[in-house]
Design a protein around this ligand. Sequence first.
Ligand SMILES: [Zn+2]
Length: 643
Amino acid sequence: MANTEFEKNLKYLPLRDTRIDDPFWNGCVRLVTGEILPYQYDSLWDRIPGAPPSRCIRNLRVAAGLEEGEFEGWVFQDTDLAKWLEAAAYSLAALPDKKLRDTAEDMIDLVLRAQQPNGYLNSYFTVKYPGHQFCNLKEGHELYTAGHFIEAAVAWFQVTGEDRFLNAMRRFADLICDVFHTPDYADAVPGHEEIELALYRLYEVTGEEKYRAMAYDFINRRGTTDYLSREHTLPRFIDVWHDRGPYIPEYAQAHLPVREQTTAEGHAVRALYLYSAMADLAGSYHDEALLTACERLYDNIVERRMYLTGGIGSSGTLERFTVDYDLPNDTAYAESCASIALAMFCKRMARVTGDAKYMDTAELAIYNTVLAGIAMDGRSFFYVNPLEVIPDQCIPATDRAHVKPVRQKWFGCACCPPNIARTLASLGEYVLLEGEDSVRVNLLISGTYKTRLHGVPVELTVDSSLPWEGRAVLRLRAEKPVAGKLLIRVPEYAEDPAFTADGPVVPVMDRGYAAFDVSGTETRVTFTFGMTARLIYANPRVSADAGKVAVKKGPLVYCLEEMDNGAGLASLRIDTTKALKEVPGGGLRDCVTIEAEGERLTWSGRLYSTRAPDAVPAKLTFIPYCFWGNRTPGEMTVWVNKK
Ligand SMILES: [Zn+2]
């Protein structure tokens, strides 16, 4: 039995009904249209000097017969364009832009020309192994790539109402539903999950039952068959990654039936895409055992396997979860895509259960790791998100080879940049959930949101001071008198939450939401809470953080940078008996910086000594982690030694 009930019929708001107008987020949201999408489009065409070539568009042009050539890049290279198209659709929902729309239409034309007569679409197999399809599910990423194209087509349809792309991807989905119900594929599952959540999205917009059923089949098969471990013995198998090691079932979350899984295992992005689909399907089928598994996996992640920044997947080897409390700071992997996937899972869990706690984690991931993944100018990116960097130590052929001390212009394997773009462009989906008789505010992000109560159009405006101050004014206006509920998530970090409507009110609490009755045509609620900078301690079982503290203010985790604190951040110690001082109006996007008192250890020069170090007083200056690496490159650390 699941701990929580299913919350019926909660929906995300269509992005065209959300208008974010928020001092903190405006910059990022505008960046998507103004900088990120044009920059990434140039990257996909290999037009960025000094950046590793993508070859993404070229591969599709070769597959479409528009030019001669070989396939180059990763097997999943097509997904960079798919995610770009999805982000472009979301961006158009917020801001109509003829040039962007025309460009996206051209790219849809290209995708459709690369599609095969039977509906199949994948430039790698089409160019390299014509006629061979679904012959390496373990590493071929065909179903993963299919999922991203389907997601893009769903987004394009939702925003523009045009069904050309959607219908083409339905033909692909139909092919998948046919093939994966033939005897040869009756127990087959994808190595890299994504198709499951995509088919569910396709079911939601088309109402076609077989897409939901196929997604459910993939979920139900996983961990119950040996397909992935015996696939290489099948006559149709094509070895796409010759240097891959032996297959590890945990790596693909195929070690146990999904309802029996208790710990987050394997490749972190694969895991969280799987859990996202499990959450969708648990809600859709009212599958209590599946929901219980989602709750257990969520608890395992947030209580034992997640960085303070919302990063997950601590191991650079295989980009994977390891064991409980294994959260090294300097060798951390914490891929941007994995935190995006975590936010996606949490958004779904909040929708399915109506419990606000999941949005605490989604918010943490978005405000910290996801946002840190992109530079303030939108033109460089982190794939890996360490919590401690000493640039000189990030050298090739070591366990920090994957850690980059500065954001990169692009990557040969560029899954993260377009994934960040689509997430920022669809932020509106995270803000609200619409019920039949309720409006749930999940994130206090300023803007105007059009929704409905009992079918009556209502407009919610949010005027929020987050993340710098705990204050938000919410106004709900209805076209005609209507009754219902306004639920406002009370963040876990909110100190002394207080509400005023026509005077102070003490709301009923409902699974992390403060619930207010709505009546008449206008309801106004002011929500205030303390959000002072706080010291954070880690469970001592996290050996990497032993004897250290971190600083957090509201949803934002803070860090020290060399630029503000000098080199040798490990020689700094914070005095935890002294108050933290918040300094508004810092140089980075007018952020609040935080000052702490402490000391710097001094040393005589030899490697080891019987003499304890001396200490001199020092001031420590923290900036938000999401903004690190935007000035002179240097050291960075989240966890700081305690005096
Ligand atoms: Zn990625």
